[in-house]
Design a protein around this ligand. Structure first.
Ligand SMILES: NC(=O)c1ccc[n+]([C@@H]2O[C@H](COP(=O)([O-])OP(=O)(O)OC[C@H]3O[C@@H](n4cnc5c(N)ncnc54)[C@H](O)[C@@H]3O)[C@@H](O)[C@H]2O)c1
Ligand SMILES: [Zn+2]
Length: 394
């Protein structure tokens, strides 16, 4: 038998910038980012903009056009920006990916051009996927506009759309060329979207950084009142922890473990059984509450630690449960039962079921088995907590 062993490695690196007023004519960051890599001038740019961002920033396209016009020896618009619906439903419709691919073909976008997505996590996931498969990968710049996309989804390496009723069933691991986190976009967020992304910060603080968790506790009032300074620190630290983790472990998730997905086995299932009427971040808050309660009931964290977590989640205005959590609750194989989320979470990666729980605040621990009846008990406790004062609970 003959064989040849192939082996090479490719290193990835990309910057994440934190900025305000990215398309202000006096702000040179965007220009500098593009100038770092070009072969012919002017560089062709194709923009996809989240409709929610477009509606709340009616001058945005004019600003972008003016910025590009002012720098027209270096930048050029390959086509008018494509305005795409925002929110999870966009990931349920593969037609939007086709439309981007058609535009790539029609406007001659090539691997030296840039596909630039401005929007929430759902739009970024979809555009990132389209950019990854067009010509086997066109340079892609993300401009995240929600808390969640700036502190979590937009700074990672995954993209995707939903299929067969399952989240992110189709997608790739494909690092972006650059991420430009423009805090100015956060001002127009609806209250739900301002709050939703905070859950990813709670998540990463609980599994990695007790000081960051303390910061969240101390800044609940400021965050609720939409204090920009507190939010900017939250986004920076959350993004930093997220990026450090990706670089240090298994960025393309080849093993069975998804340690950054604390609270997510329930969250993804909850999004599905609520027909995506609940935001990803809101579902994550409930997922964190379930897995923290489970950690407490299993004597892994103290009652005091558990109370701090629940108090934080409630203090920020998140719900601890939704009616859908109780659908077919004891029929573990029913597709509408939340517990099915465990197996679907395992299936997404394959291998052994591996779920992150808490050992203490600031430190996660992976387990390979969860007791379904203890999950039920956790969910029922959360229902009681949502209806009364958390202090009343044993
Ligand atoms: N790729 C990853 O690693 C990863 C990680 C976590 C989450 N996600 C995905 O991210 C998605 C959730 O993202 P999200 O929380 O950003 O919500 P979202 O993208 O669903 O957006 C929520 C709403 O906010 C609107 N919007 C966006 N920016 C706005 C702004 N600046 N002003 C006003 N309205 C604005 C959108 O139009 C939409 O209606 C989910 O699909 C989730 O699966 C991906
Ligand atoms: Zn998430």
């Amino acid at each position: 038998m003959k064989s040849i062993q192939q082996s090479f490695s490719v290193s990835f690196n990309f910057p994440v910038y934190f900025v305000r007023d990215l398309f202000d004519p006096a702000n040179s960051l965007f220009l500098e980012v593009i100038q770092k890599a070009y072969s012919t001038l002017p560089v062709r740019l194709y923009f996809v903009i989240d409709e929610g961002v477009y509606d709340s920033n009616p001058d945005l396209i004019k600003k972008i056009e003016f910025y590009i016009q002012t720098n027209n020896s270096i930048l050029s618009l390959a086509s008018p920006p494509f305005i795409i619906p925002g929110g999870e439903q966009v990931k349920n419709n593969p037609r939007h990916v086709d439309k981007i691919l058609e535009d790539v073909e029609r406007y001659g976008i090539d691997r030296h051009s840039y596909i630039i997505a401005i929007g929430g996590g759902a739009v970024l996931d979809l555009v990132g996927y389209a950019a990854a498969i067009a010509h086997r990968g066109v340079r892609h710049i993300r401009i995240p506009t929600t808390v969640l996309s700036q502190n979590d989804s937009g700074v990672g390496v995954k993209n995707g759309i939903n299929a067969f009723g399952k989240k992110n069933f189709i997608g790739t691991f494909c690092p972006p060329y650059a991420v430009l986190n423009d805090f100015s976009f956060l001002k127009t967020l609806h209250e739900r979207d301002w709050r939703a992304g905070i859950s990813e910060a709670i998540k990463v603080s609980l599994i990695k950084d007790a000081d960051f968790f303390e910061f969240l506790i101390e800044n609940v009032d400021k965050l609720v009142k939409r204090d920009m300074e507190a939010m900017e620190y939250l986004i920076f630290r959350c993004a930093e922890l997220h990026m450090q983790h990706i670089a240090s472990k298994d960025p393309f998730e080849t093993g069975s473990s998804r340690p950054l997905d604390f609270g997510h086995w329930a969250a993804h299932k909850l999004e599905q059984i609520t027909s995506y009427s609940i935001r990803h971040g809101e579902a994550v808050a409930i997922g964190i509450a379930i897995d923290s309660t489970y950690s407490y009931l299993s004597d892994m964290i103290t009652r005091q630690e558990w109370q701090c977590i629940i108090r934080l989640i409630k203090g920020l205005g998140f719900e601890l449960n939704t009616p859908e959590l109780f659908l077919h609750l004891e029929e573990f194989d029913n597709p509408m039962c939340i517990i099915r989320g465990l197996e679907e979470f395992r299936e997404h990666l394959g291998g052994k079921l591996t779920i992150m729980l808490l050992q203490k605040i600031g430190q996660g621990v992976e387990v390979n088995h969860l007791d379904k009846h203890l999950i039920l008990k956790s969910i029922n406790i959360l229902k009681k907590l949502d209806n009364s004062e958390y202090r009343d609970i044993d």
